[in-house]
Ligand binder design. Structure first.
Ligand code: ATP
Ligand code: MG
Length: 524
């Protein structure tokens, strides 16, 4: 019967004495139950969990730094800093045997390779890999499980992950740690804190399992899109490695060296059966995707592979399929994005700003129209409170400078001003659109066009001073992506320019400004 089978499994599992004793006790209880009782089922499930967990099983680490480096290089292009840090980590691990922290956290926009880098770490160490997503987790029980007295009780996600791993020392990825929520059912962050704390995690207690479980050999890695949503105590335990997004050149390399070969393989195509020309890859980057990472590009490449596979299956003589820009249009339809602002006309009252959102940098066009009225300032589009305040500041600054700007002194009594930020999928907020809004207002009031080649970012004070902003690197990548040529940045951000990749710096002119007067000089 089933009891004998469980005993056989217990024998085979070679559990530590304490756990074996617990399992034996539970099996004895089960024996006394009527065959199909509900309580019996609960006990059986519990016994199965205890038998399935890796109480002692470990994999031997491959601590060969050269080999690890080779694996990291093979699987990812660029990402120098995170790779370097990972190798250091492995080196220290080799020296101290049991490394207690720090926990690495990869931070960056979607599709830049955070999850896949964690997977490569596991591979290079020769460890099992498990991943759980913390996105939307709001209940402590999701981390720590429910007590068995609770109907339908289950262990929490950590223990579930350990069962999947099947060993005591996997690389365990806690994905989207910034998307965790908190409510009346308890605080998942504090449960997670215990998981990550090397002083406590050798005796991690799951409410369902009850017996302390040793997590101290697990290598935890976490990922996040943004830092500011991560609870402070968790943040203190982690070492942040930022991955800011890729340049055009990097994306082309990633496509040719990694994504295309990978997709070909997944679609059963031989290497030489499909060739995507460099011009087509560039068009893909510029006109079919607009993103910080490479996820959409990978999807488009998958789509190309599907179409090529179909063509070859229909007619073997179609191979090799060569994809140039024309073929790209045939396969993917007309371009989805217009590259380059330069060919568009300069416009009155429309100015390109740069924003920094959870998904990386982005351009946003701020539009202002003026009409006869009574001095109303209207704001529409998806803007947050901080942005509204900066619109007010931009407006007040304009009012204080009517004389110098050649605007009618009583314009604010006779005109309505409407500021509109076309809705993107991602709501934008922050003070960094201040100078963009002021420029758009002044352009609309003075009827002077603003150059489409220019983008800008900077906070504005009531007196027109330009204050520093965050995320310059991400914003520069976005400007470059959009084909902008000239970027006005706050003077105080000049030192951040050294973080900007050279291929981007070569093609963009950065103009540091400290006052609105300079902004207007360069923009109009
Ligand atoms: P998210 O925040 O949305 O979870 P992510 O940063 O975890 O995004 P991944 O899923 O790891 O993104 O990456 C998306 C795809 O792009 C994967 O197929 C990954 O292998 C590939 N990729 C990303 N960066 C690189 C790179 N530098 N070299 C090679 N491939 C890459
Ligand atoms: Mg991910």
């Amino acid at each position: 019967g089933e009891v004998e089978e469980l005993r056989a499994q217990l024998e085979e599992a070679q559990l530590p004495e304490k756990i074996a004793a617990k399992v034996e006790k539970e099996i004895e209880r089960l024996e006394k139950m009527p065959a199909s009782s509900a309580e019996g089922a609960v006990i059986r499930t519990y016994v199965e969990w205890l038998l399935a967990l890796p109480w002692t099983k470990q994999t031997e680490d491959v601590l060969d730094i050269a080999k690890a480096e080779q694996i990291l290089e093979e699987e990812h292009y660029g990402l120098e800093k995170p790779k370097e840090r990972v190798l250091e980590y492995l080196a220290v691990q080799k020296l101290v045997k049991k490394l207690k922290g720090p926990i690495l956290c990869f931070v960056g926009p979607p599709g830049v390779g955070k999850t896949s880098l964690a997977r490569s770490i596991a591979k290079s160490l020769g460890r099992e890999f498990v991943r759980i997503s913390l996105g939307g987790v709001r209940d402590e029980a999701e981390i720590r499980g429910h007590r068995r007295t609770y109907v339908g009780a289950m262990p929490g996600r950590i223990i579930q992950g350990m069962r999947t791993a099947g060993t005591q020392n996997p690389v365990f990825l806690l994905d989207e740690i910034d998307k965790m929520a908190m409510d009346f059912r308890g605080d998942p962050a504090s449960a997670l804190l215990e998981v990550l704390d090397p002083e406590q995690n050798s005796t991690f207690s799951d409410h369902y399992i009850e017996i302390p479980f040793d997590l101290s050999n697990v290598m935890f890695v976490t990922t996040a899109n943004v830092v500011h949503n991560i609870p402070r105590p968790l943040l203190d335990r982690m070492e942040l490695l930022t991955v800011p997004g890729y340049t055009e050149l990097e994306k082309q390399q990633i496509a040719q060296r990694h994504l295309l070969p990978k997709q070909k393989k997944e679609h059963g195509l031989e290497e030489e059966q499909l060739d995507v020309l460099p011009t087509a890859v560039l068009a893909l980057v510029r006109e079919y995707t607009r993103e910080s990472g490479v996820r959409n590009m990978e999807q488009q490449l998958a789509s190309i592979c599907r179409k090529a596979a179909k063509a070859i299956v229909a007619d073997p003589k179609a191979a090799p399929v060569v994809v140039d820009v024309e073929k790209l249009k045939e396969y993917l339809g007309p371009p989805k994005f217009r590259y380059g602002m330069a060919e568009q006309e300069d416009q009155i009252g429309a100015v390109t700003g740069l924003a920094w959102t959870e998904v990386g940098g982005d351009t946003l066009v701020i539009e202002v129209t003026v009409m006869p009225g009574s001095g109303k300032l209207t704001l529409t589009g998806k803007l947050g409170d901080v942005m509204k305040e900066s619109a007010q500041a931009a407006f007040s600054y304009t009012r204080s400078r009517v004389k110098e700007l050649g605007i009618e002194p009583d314009f604010h009594e006779k005109t309505d001003i409407h500021i509109h930020i076309p809705e993107g999928a991602i709501p934008k907020d922050g003070p960094s659109a201040g100078i963009t809004m002021a420029t758009a207002i002044i352009s609309a009031l003075t009827n002077r066009a603003v150059s489409r080649e220019v983008a800008m970012t900077g906070e504005i004070t009531l007196r027109g001073r330009v204050l520093p902003i965050g995320g310059l690197k991400e914003k520069s990548l976005a400007a470059h992506r959009a084909g902008i040529r000239k970027v006005l940045i706050p003077k105080d951000n000049e030192r951040d320019l050294r973080d900007i990749p050279e291929s981007v710096r070569e093609e963009l002119t950065f103009i540091p400004v400290s006052h609105m007067d300079e902004v207007l000089l360069h923009a109009m």
